[in-house]
Design a protein around this ligand. Structure first.
Ligand SMILES: Cc1cc2nc3c(=O)[nH]c(=O)nc-3n(C[C@H](O)[C@H](O)[C@H](O)COP(=O)(O)O)c2cc1C
Length: 241
């Protein structure tokens, strides 16, 4: 989001001094309370829905309505962020020529990764996924969403304004985007060719934006399969004290 479009009241103080009350107005909280049984059902239903999310690596060419992608991006933009800096930018690519350029550049990096750049340990960790440097889904999937993390923004006078907890904020926004896509009935793949500097070049993004992740979005092919992986059980990943 362009900082210039943010209402002044949503911008944190940058001078370290507190603002007079009239510059930091409050509004009533819009919070939904649920009866306990309904709360429990909603929590379980949501887990059941999310438990069906899988990373997909074979996408069909079936198109996706732009308005669905827009709503998912808006859901992502509700993420909390350090000092409300909203340090993200999303580029949703459906143009076949741009997708082809991204595929060519990504496959070049991936070839280097699989041929010599990746340590043996990393390649071993990836073995069960059956992945290689061939990424046809970068062209077949209807949307590639490139997510950029902004280290700072420029204020109206062209001065740098630092962003805080950028990685955490963009990670949360990305999680919400993946969740929103899954909830809408779309499959995703979190793709991280490394390095991803080519995304700045192809998508004309400024240097102060770091490519964070490339989210492939669309529908799985009819015969899509996924690795038979297991998720940790609650007792193995959570502690209640
Ligand atoms: C930060 C991150 C980077 C990833 N990068 C890739 C990638 O480049 N290629 C790929 O095929 N999968 C990638 N994945 C997907 C993981 O392999 C996948 O999430 C994991 O195997 C668990 O499978 P699931 O998503 O189906 O539960 C990535 C996932 C994350 C969170």
């Amino acid at each position: 989001m362009n900082r210039a479009t943010l209402p002044k009241s949503s911008l944190p103080s940058t001078d370290g001094e507190s603002r007079p009350d009239d510059e930091s107005p409050s509004i009533p909280l819009d919070f939904q309370f649920y009866p306990e049984t309904e709360m429990s059902r909603r929590a379980t239903d949501f887990f059941t829905m999310m438990n069906r999310r899988r990373t997909v690596r074979s996408f069909s060419q079936r198109p996706v309505q732009r308005e669905v992608i827009e709503a998912c991006l808006q859901a992502a933009s509700t993420a909390p962020s350090g000092a409300n800096m909203q340090p993200w930018h999303f580029v949703a690519v459906s143009d076949p020529t741009i997708k082809q350029s991204i595929r060519i550049a990504a496959e070049e990096e991936e070839r280097a990764f699989y041929d010599h750049r990746a340590p043996e340990e990393w390649l071993n960790a990836l073995k069960h996924l059956g992945t290689d440097s061939n990424k046809p889904f970068l062209e077949t999937a209807p949307y590639l969403i490139a997510i950029f993390a902004q280290r700072y923004h420029l204020d109206d006078n062209g001065q740098h304004v630092k962003h805080y907890y950028v990685t955490e904020s963009v990670g949360i926004a990305t999680g919400l985007l993946i969740t929103a896509c899954h909830n809408a009935g779309l499959a995703t793949l979190t793709h991280t060719p490394s390095p991803m500097g080519f995304l700045n070049e192809i998508l004309h993004r400024p240097d102060f934006e770091r490519p964070f992740l490339l989210l492939v979005v669309g529908y799985p092919t009819e015969d899509a399969t996924v690795p038979d992986i297991k998720r940790k059980r609650l007792d193995d990943f959570a502690t209640f004290l």
